[in-house]
Design a protein around this ligand. Structure first.
Ligand code: F6R
Length: 606
């Protein structure tokens, strides 16, 4: 949801800002802009990608500047709505949503301010300008302005009359500082600064900071000066670069064996699982737990749905899985002994954070975050935590984050089952053994790519597709459908296969490709009957089946054999072909798989 980068140095910072924006493009990519101070305020903006901005910024040079890549919320994607926004000599970039912008707009209009855009951000520029006019310093003006803002923001502000300073502030949207030698930076995430520094300060909610070339001054929400810890970012340039791959999504699909191996590192050489994998107080909290509530959105929600099957079957714990944006507005019945699990790749998803806070406010205080980003708001706001170690996920469509979430969730189910006396030594050691073999099994599934490409060629010209699964593979069918629609723009729906005859079967004809996940489990025979219903209506079936299961190719049925049957881990393996199917269908349709239309990676708005 928008990316911000700001820099202040003795050298020309324009290339640093452009490079930073390119790394932040996953957060939004419908327009980009830059404002610099080089004797005067100069602003350049363009619609579309950062490369368009780069073209018009050739020859621009300055020691101080702010830049932005946008995911439109207020106002269509256009040059006039692109950031930075200006008011006199003030220029502002903003990530988030200002909820009281209408009232402020009226108020500022009354004071003679004119608005050049439809954005909520422009009120911030005018507000800061207004406070400067009344004699505040730039820092004071930003503090006063943010006091009046309701909603979420991360902002960076420069002012023509203060060419030595950048002021930044955050509340409810991520922002960090990067410390250099005789130069300082700010950005939405550390990847934007990887080229200039590894020394990072994560700002807390309510913080406001003033950056000069040689100093950083931070105050907290109450205005008290504070020292925030300096972290050394572990991000490597290679982890955010494409290398041999054509797109980040392709790279991230193929990184999954390594990502899962890294996530499971702490248990693969162990003979048993321990609650402390999830935090120092985990044993005590897990012992108090008599139910689980999972909160998440999108792909992370699908991980939660898979986890429900595992938690109920293995640990015997009742489990509810809720779409975060729905849960937070529902009068559900709280249970203080419930463990609330928030699952999020980014750890910044506004709906998930708000749902977690809502659950806590209702007396459900035991929380666990499963997240891929250390120092994210979710990690900081949860009692217990498990970091998936997928590495930076840059493609907008979540891939390796999902499979690493599943790997963490099966561990959690094992730990809870063990504490509840439901996981004997033998079973524990068998499961650990399967986890040890999981990365190799994932590599073998990636080997089905050439067969998947044929399926992709079939589906690419179609407008609709159905995905079917049963039991724990139903959420995997949902994930397959989500992947296909978000990057190929083919309308796809997923159903629990038994539901087909209750309505969606009416959609099936020769133009409706139907993809079925058919592992060799206790539901296989039931699923086969459901698939007969499809064949009988002329539907074209594509089946992911295990070796040695009787499924014959031909007469409207195509079968790809999964190299391994992984028992309980089977949903993790079955995800991979569906990711590859969506990827290749999107490529065949000429789409930008990393930046699908209308979407952004971190959804930091409601
Ligand atoms: C789909 C996708 C989204 C995210 C969702 C939640 O490929 O990436 O559905 O899963 O926006 O994001 P996180 O996991 O960051 O909370």
């Amino acid at each position: 949801m928008c990316g911000i980068v700001a820099a202040l140095s003795r050298r020309n910072i324009v290339p640093i800002l452009i490079e930073g924006l390119k790394r932040l493009e996953y957060r939004g990519y419908d327009s980009a802009g830059i404002a610099v101070l080089n004797g005067r305020l100069q602003r350049l903006r363009s619609t579309g990608r950062v490369v368009e901005l780069e073209k018009i910024a050739v020859g621009l040079s300055a020691p101080v500047g702010i830049a932005h890549t946008r995911w439109a919320t207020h106002g269509v994607p256009s040059e006039r709505n692109a950031h930075p926004h200006v008011s006199g000599g003030v220029s502002v970039v903003h990530n988030g949503i200002i909820e009281n912008h209408d009232a402020m707009r009226e108020n500022l209009r009354g004071k003679g301010y004119e608005f050049a855009s439809d954005t909520d951000t422009e009120v911030i520029a005018h507000l800061v300008h207004e406070h400067l006019r009344h004699g505040a310093t730039l820092f004071g003006a930003v503090r006063k302005a943010t006091d009046e803002l309701q909603g979420a923001y991360a902002i960076a502000v420069i002012h023509e009359s203060d060419p030595e300073l950048i002021v930044v502030a955050r509340h409810g949207a991520p922002l960090l500082l990067g410390l250099g030698a005789g130069e300082n930076f700010a950005a939405s995430d550390a990847s934007a600064l990887i080229q200039v520094t590894q020394r990072i300060i994560y700002l807390e909610d309510g913080d406001c900071a003033e950056l000069s070339q040689s100093s950083v001054k931070i105050v907290d929400a109450s205005g008290r000066p504070v020292e925030r810890q300096i972290h050394i970012s572990q991000l490597s340039a290679a982890s955010v670069e494409l290398g041999q791959y054509k797109s980040f999504m392709q790279k991230e699909i193929f990184e999954q064996p390594m990502a899962v191996a890294n996530t499971l590192e702490m248990v693969t050489s162990a003979n048993f699982v321990v609650p402390e994998l999830f935090g120092a107080r985990a044993a005590q909290i897990f012992r108090e737990t008599d139910a689980v509530l999972i909160l998440a959105c999108g792909t992370s929600y699908h991980a939660g749905m898979v986890a429900r099957y595992w938690l109920e079957a293995l640990a015997g714990l009742p489990c509810n899985v809720e779409i975060a944006s729905e849960y937070r507005y529902r009068e559900s019945v709280p249970n203080p002994r419930c463990l609330v699990i928030a699952i999020s790749q980014s750890g910044e998803t506004a709906d998930t954070l708000a749902a977690l806070n809502f659950a806590k406010a209702r007396g459900q205080e035991n929380s666990l975050a499963i997240c891929n980003v250390p120092e994210s708001a979710l990690i900081r706001g949860s009692e217990l935590r498990f970091l998936t170690r997928a590495g930076p996920e840059i493609g907008v469509a979540s891939t390796k984050a999902f499979t690493t979430q599943l790997a963490s969730l099966i561990l959690l189910a094992m730990v809870l089952a063990k504490l509840r006396g439901r996981l004997g030594k033998q079973r524990e050691s068998e499961m650990l053994n399967s986890l040890r073999h999981l990365p190799a099994a994932l590599t073998r599934v990636l080997g089905t790519e050439s067969q998947i490409i044929k399926w992709a060629e079939y589906v690419a010209p179609h407008r609709h597709a159905l995905f079917l699964g049963r039991g724990v593979h139903w959420p995997i069918a949902m994930e397959g459908a989500l992947k296909l629609k978000e990057i190929s723009y083919i309308h796809a729906e997923a159903y629990a296969a038994g539901e087909l005859k209750h309505g969606p079967l009416a959609l099936v004809d020769q133009d409706m490709p139907v993809f079925a996940i058919a592992p060799n489990d206790e539901l296989l025979e039931k699923l086969k009957s459901n698939l007969q219903e499809v064949s009988a209506r002329g539907g074209k079936l594509f089946v992911l089946a295990d070796q040695h299961v009787k499924f014959s190719d031909g007469s409207g049925v195509e079968v790809i054999r999964m190299p391994d049957h992984a028992g309980m881990l089977s949903p993790i393996l079955h995800t991979i072909p569906l990711q590859m199917l969506a990827y290749h269908a999107a490529i065949l349709r000429g789409n930008d798989v990393d930046k699908p239309r209308n979407l952004a990676k971190s959804v930091t708005v409601e």
